[in-house]
Design a protein around this ligand. Structure first.
Ligand code: MF3
Ligand code: CO
Length: 290
């Protein structure tokens, strides 16, 4: 029997998790504004400008900007782009597109990281189904972020959910990650694999859970810009991400948007992971995002 703690995974105090919630809520509010702004005719550079204004307006810093030389505050990945797409003034959204928007912020030294995918105007029902399958798999993974579980339980739940939803490509080259005083920390959070394996999950750990799926094959390639990841078969892709803390009361989705905290009719199980936890943090005297 091993009595020592799992090495390498940062463990935060309740006060520190409350600070991470404040950082996560800057990301949540920014993504809500961006989701509203998505429409035919807007460029991804305009979305980036909105994001930077929102993040800095909240007293936070965009964590992506200058990260290994990354040139923007968000990643915007359109259609066959999977992740890490760079916003461009000449990339104008058209009806029927699908876009993943990935956003990160640092507040008070703590990181939040979250992504969503949405359709532009009316979209193909098969694209809509892909978005829903990807989002559902993220929530399936989040539900496993429980003290005493294993990291592999999250990975397995994501994979199982994707497989059950249909014949989607599940990307393996890019993963979720630990998060806290850095954006990318140990452990690597894979979106596939067997349950019951890997490090034991403990209260105070925080993870970014972020499945990426395609309507075709799982294979991806990086463009010459050194960032943009595309599907090699040209199929469309989706990406969702939340930053989640493990607490004694269960998973706490630190980057939950207001809409997700009130979606009780459609998804009662998600409410348990979002609104109740955030209410508790305020009751505990945790820091509020203001
Ligand atoms: N948010 C991405 C992730 O989840 C990282 C974006 S890469 C960056 O891993 F360079 F844009 F920051
Ligand atoms: Co991430």
């Amino acid at each position: 029997m091993r009595l020592r703690k799992e090495p390498g995974i940062q463990v935060k105090s309740p006060e520190q998790i409350a600070r991470m919630y404040a950082a996560g809520q800057v990301v949540a509010r920014t993504l809500s504004v961006l989701e509203e702004a998505v429409r035919p005719g807007i460029s991804t550079a305009e979305l980036d400008a909105i994001a930077e204004r929102e993040i800095r307006g909240a007293g936070a810093v965009p964590s992506f900007l200058d990260y290994f030389g990354y040139p923007a505050s968000i990643c915007t990945s359109v259609n066959e782009q999977v992740v890490h797409g760079i916003p461009h003034a000449d990339q104008v959204l058209r009806p029927g597109d699908v876009i993943s928007i990935d956003c990160g912020a640092i507040l008070d030294g703590w990181h939040g990281d979250s992504a969503l995918s949405v359709g532009v105007g009316e979209i193909d029902p098969a694209d809509q189904a892909m978005l829903e399958a990807c989002e559902a798999s993220m929530w399936a993974g989040i539900a496993q972020a429980v003290d005493g579980h294993r990291l592999g339980d999250i990975s397995h739940a994501v994979e199982k959910s994707v497989r059950a939803a249909g014949n989607y490509g599940l990307i393996r080259e890019y993963t979720g990650h630990g998060i806290g005083t850095e954006m990318h920390m140990d452990p690597v959070v894979r979106n596939y694999g067997p349950p019951g394996q890997g490090p034991r999950l403990r209260t105070g750990m925080a993870l970014a859970i972020e499945p990426m799926i395609t309507r075709g094959e799982r294979h991806v390639a990086e463009l010459d810009d050194g960032w943009t990841v595309i599907t090699t078969d040209g199929s469309r892709a989706a990406h969702f991400e939340h930053t989640v803390a493990i607490t004694p009361e269960g998973p706490w989705v630190l980057t939950a948007r207001e809409a997700e905290k009130t979606e009780q009719t459609a998804h009662p199980e998600r409410l348990r992971l979002t609104r109740q936890r955030s209410a508790l943090s305020v009751a505990d005297g945790g820091h509020d995002a203001g």
